[in-house]
Design a protein around this ligand. Structure first.
Ligand code: SF4
Ligand code: SF4
Length: 509
């Protein structure tokens, strides 16, 4: 293969860098030239290629701060780019390797490049994070387009954790001072480098990448920046806006969180479908192909159409399987069933999260067998003396009292979950008691972040997403941590009552 040609295109905005990535792919594909471009980006939120913007980014915050949102050509999660990062894009003619192998090779090459230039204790954590002395130093993302592998990477030279946590909806840290403090300690930066030191590091990275990718040599060139400012990116033109007849849902997998949005026609056939996720897939348009193949399908036709598609096409899913997509689709159909049975709007039905470890129960099986309701403390008023205690005097001053009342009428045990540790204890107690399934309420951020805790409890649950302020909500947290914690989430009482009334044993006397 050709030598690796590398250069530096300097500081540009995120959209221009995206144009340069696309041009790089064209050159690599047509001329079979492996290219490595270093650059810096002005402040930009870069969505993964397949991500759902609404789940990944706080658009209002980005708009208020004039931070543009772009969509990378590479998979994985959202990144926040800003000056004083070493960013780079690599394009190579594709070889017979899978996504996992490419991530391994390129992450390892970055580690070698750093180590060879004198940086110590460098390693990477699967799938794509570069670490120095136990702290995150950067990331790598890959994608395959038109038989060209593209990798994007960043290494931090400075940190802007505050903006990152506010701009990205990634439920990694709560937006409390403690959360930002914790995140700050999870990240690290390269030491201060002179211009010569920076150039030497880039040359070392280029050399290591060339060696890892079996390229015989490297050649540095001055990079010609020939983008035009025609790539317009605003906060409204990404196509995932919810519609009132849209059902939406997600499932967590080892490869990331898969999101789906669906609309049905009057015969309960799929009239529109959008699949997204902070995942890696091949080919690049696989989700679009699935959406197209399933248009017009009834629930019973999905399996056959999916089987045919995956049989006829070469594909790769990293950390999940077609079965996960099927489970997601089944959940979206189930949400329609919930909406019909409870006479609620699609958006309300979409707030149900079905946790079914064995995949054998539907939402109504889970409700029918539930003997317990878990309520989060954040749904109680900040002034209530029961907020951080298990119980409620049903004083009538908030919806939680009504929830307690209806649940007790149905014979359900009700527990206020006071914190994560308490949730684990409560779930263990339920398991020990022989609980078959339970109902719960929590924000979807909490479920995504702590899904493993629900999984390890190994009991099916129907969880209702809470609305209003939540621990991961930017503005509420801002006000919350400036003084007394006062954020209060809210329960959709009408929906909660309807589902609780389907549950439980005989009323207690
Ligand atoms: S109803 Fe219960 S949770 Fe709500 S304010 Fe009264 S005691 Fe507190
Ligand atoms: S907002 Fe979410 S994470 Fe925060 S306390 Fe409520 S349920 Fe838990």
């Amino acid at each position: 293969m050709n030598k690796l040609t590398w250069g530096d295109s300097g500081l540009r905005d995120g959209a221009d860098n995206l144009v340069l990535d696309s041009q790089q792919i064209i050159v690599t594909r047509t001329d079979h030239v492996p290219l490595l471009r270093f650059y810096e980006s002005t402040r930009t939120v870069a969505l993964g290629a397949y991500e759902d913007k609404d789940f990944a980014v706080r658009s209002a915050y980005c708009q208020a701060k004039s931070i543009p949102i772009i969509r990378r050509l590479t998979g994985g999660g959202t990144s926040y780019l800003y000056p004083k990062q070493i960013s780079w894009s690599l394009t190579l003619p594709v070889q017979h390797l899978n996504i996992e192998q490419w991530l391994d090779i390129i992450c390892m090459a970055v580690c070698d490049g750093l180590s060879n230039s004198g940086h110590e204790n460098i390693y990477f954590n699967n799938p794509n994070d570069i670490y120095a002395n136990g702290q995150k130093l950067g990331s790598v993302y890959v994608g395959v387009l038109d038989n060209v592998l593209i990798a994007n990477g960043t290494l931090f030279r400075s940190l802007d954790i505050n903006t990152m946590l506010h701009a990205l909806r990634v439920p990694k840290e709560k937006l409390t001072p403690a959360g930002i403090h914790t995140a700050t300690h999870r990240f690290t930066t390269l030491p201060n480098l002179s211009d010569a030191g920076l150039l030497q590091l880039k040359a070392s990275l280029a050399q290591a990448i060339a060696q890892s990718c079996n390229l015989p040599s490297i050649m540095q060139i001055p990079w010609i920046n020939n983008t035009s400012q025609t790539y317009v990116c605003d906060h409204h033109n990404l196509p995932e806006n919810a519609h009132e007849s849209t059902y939406s849902g997600f499932i967590t997998t080892s490869g990331g969180v898969l999101h789906g949005r669906i609309q049905f026609d009057t015969d309960l056939r799929i009239s529109s479908l959008h699949l997204n996720g902070n995942v890696y897939i091949r080919p690049h348009n696989l989700f679009r192909k699935i959406e197209s193949v399933l248009r017009g399908a009834s629930e019973t036709e999905i399996t056959r159409r999916m089987d045919n598609l995956f049989y006829e096409n070469q594909w790769e899913l990293y950390g999940f399987t077609p079965h996960h997509i099927m489970v997601l689709l089944r959940r979206l159909f189930e949400q329609h069933g919930i909406a019909v049975k409870l006479s609620i709007a699609p958006s309300s039905a979409s707030s149900f999260m079905i946790h079914d470890p064995d995949g054998t129960m539907d939402a109504f099986d889970i409700v029918a067998k539930a003997d317990t309701l878990l309520v989060p403390y954040c749904a109680k008023p900040a002034w209530c003396k029961w907020r951080h205690k298990d119980g409620c005097s049903q004083c009538g001053k908030c919806d939680v009292g009504e929830v307690y009342k209806v649940a007790r009428q149905q014979g359900l045990n009700v527990t206020t979950v006071r914190n994560f540790e308490h949730l684990e204890i409560a779930l263990k107690a339920l398991k020990k008691r022989g609980t078959k399934s339970y109902l719960g309420m929590c924000c979807n951020n909490f479920y995504i972040k702590r899904e493993y805790a629900f999984r390890s409890a190994n009991m099916p649950a129907l969880l209702l997403d809470i609305a209003g302020a939540n621990c991961y909500d930017l503005m509420q947290e801002q006000s919350a941590y400036s003084g007394e914690f006062s954020a209060e989430s809210s329960i959709d009482l009408g929906v909660a009552e309807k589902v609780i009334r389907l549950a439980g044993r005989k009323p207690m006397q």
